[in-house]
Design a protein around this ligand. Structure first.
Ligand SMILES: [Zn+2]
Length: 485
């Protein structure tokens, strides 16, 4: 099989979305399967995408006063079992170390599924008085949750993430912190990944095990399913009380601190693929794209090659003359492959702009600029492009966000009754804004019968009385239902 054949054989997105997704992840060399079932190897191009969103989120985390720390991979069984709801929620997914050093351990060690339990235990001695609060910590690490059905980036047994853990003297301060964490996720999703999200509160049934409440941001993928893009939890005094953590407050009363935790993971690489990609592969927002502009030189003779190389060098020098231009991530593809092969290669990898430079372009002082998202072609003088490129990348970023907003709007349905709810879920899919009375039984019934879950109760869902779609009981606002990843 020829190389051009290889890169063009990705499954069509419209025909088989999961098949398309796997093809893009594997053939764009983002990740690969590993010898351990359910785990993944993240390859350089995929890791560069993760690093970009990780670094952006890390800037937000530090700018709001949090410090990065590290806690151990292993959690003693007795610690994990201190918070009853927590252990009940996580137990089926926990991997245990039972043997080490050639013998059975006296106490099993959990490989952390999350770090609330070990952190609450560790900080007991750190917090003596209200002066030691707030304690604002963040960990970048890996966690393990045993999954039955896994998918690269979206649901893997081991994944990378950040988990922030904060402790506060008052409930009010912790509640504001939960909002702050969620707002960081909204900003990274929308401003960095060009993925619009809906912020809201999870139902009791969907909240984090051991939390008082959970907030989430939810995004729509190109197959109209929802993906949870980040969660932020108010833990109340639950974990601190279970670990016997106390502080002396201003009024000389001993109290438990109020906790929060919030997390954002490598599944957002999967979200970036599924929120923007098309039949030719990835479509990356410039901010997260490891390569923002690829230059494809076109020549047949050595003389042409020299002329084209000279024009490209002059273009790169002009681009580097301004700080914004120098920051653009450009790659010149000099490989000995056909132009068609290179076009497919970089389209599959979602590079926002391709610049073709051939002998006739050199003579005219121009290049052919092609946008990945719509393949729009434009002949443009190279000196003008050097000056305009940073602005064009910013514009492209905004266009992708707007395109995703328009797609979501076109696939969001206000649904009044259960029959139309079912027909939308079974048919075109998308987000369904419908009334729900608040009963866990109704929530479960809808999930069992349609596969759709309540993604969250959007903060901006207006007060509006109506009948619950499941049992007709009164509801005071609509909630967001969808089938989800
Ligand atoms: Zn109901």
């Amino acid at each position: 099989m020829g190389k051009e054949g290889f890169v063009t054989t990705i499954t069509r997105q419209s025909e088989d979305f999961p098949g398309w997704y796997n093809d893009v992840v594997l053939k764009a060399e983002l990740a690969d399967y590993s010898p351990v079932r359910g785990c993944m190897v993240i390859r350089p191009y995929g890791f560069a995408i993760w690093e970009s969103m990780r670094d952006e989120l890390d800037r937000h985390i530090k700018a709001t006063g949090h410090s990065n720390v590290y806690f151990p991979l292993f959690v003693p069984r007795s610690l994990l079992e201190k918070e009853a709801e927590h252990v009940e929620g996580f137990n089926p997914q926990v991997a245990w170390v039972t043997h080490a050093g050639g013998k059975e351990l006296d106490e099993w060690l959990a490989i952390r599924p999350t770090s609330e339990a070990i952190i609450a235990e560790s900080i007991r001695d750190w917090i003596q008085s209200y002066r030691d609060l707030p304690l604002l910590m963040n960990l970048w690490n890996n966690v393990v949750r045993w999954e039955m059905r896994t998918r690269l980036f979206l649901r893997t047994t081991e994944f990378l993430w950040q988990e922030a853990h904060t402790f506060h003297a008052s409930a009010q301060e912790a509640i504001e912190e939960v909002d702050l964490g969620l707002e960081m996720y909204r900003r990274v999703a929308e401003e960095w990944l060009a993925i619009p999200v809906i912020s809201g509160r999870k139902t009791e049934g969907e909240k984090f095990p051991g939390a008082v409440y959970t907030y989430s941001v939810e995004a729509m993928m190109r197959d109209r399913r929802a993906l949870q893009a980040g969660t932020s939890h108010y833990l109340g005094e639950n974990f601190a009380a279970a670990a016997d953590v106390w502080f002396l407050d201003r009024d000389n009363v001993r109290r438990h601190p109020h906790g929060t935790s919030w997390g954002f993971s490598t599944r957002m690489v999967g979200a970036t693929i599924m929120a923007h990609g098309d039949d030719a592969g990835l479509v990356l927002p410039p901010k997260v794209a490891p390569v923002q502009v690829v230059i494809v030189p076109i020549s047949r003779t050595e003389e042409e090659r020299v002329a084209v190389a000279g024009a490209i060098e002059r273009f790169l020098a002009a681009l580097a003359a301004t700080p914004q231009g120098a920051a653009v991530r450009v790659k010149v593809d000099w490989r000995e492959e056909s132009p068609g092969f290179k076009f497919n290669h970089w389209e599959l990898r979602g590079v926002p702009f391709r610049l073709e430079v051939g002998p006739r372009d050199v003579a005219a002082g121009q290049g052919i600029l092609v946008r990945r998202v719509d393949r729009a072609k434009e002949a443009i003088p190279l000196d003008r492009l050097a000056a305009e490129l940073p602005l064009r990348l910013a514009g492209y970023q905004q266009e992708l966000l707007q395109r995703a907003r328009d797609f979501r709007a076109a696939n969001t349905h206000q649904v009044e009754d259960y029959e139309s709810f079912k027909s939308v879920v079974e048919g075109e899919g998308g987000f369904l804004m419908a009334h729900w009375c608040g009963s866990p039984a109704c929530e479960k019934q809808v999930n069992d019968e349609t596969g759709a879950t309540i993604r969250n109760i959007p903060f901006d869902s207006p007060a509006e009385p109506g009948p619950c779609i499941a049992d007709g009981a009164p509801s005071d606002r609509r909630v967001l239902f969808a089938r989800a990843y």
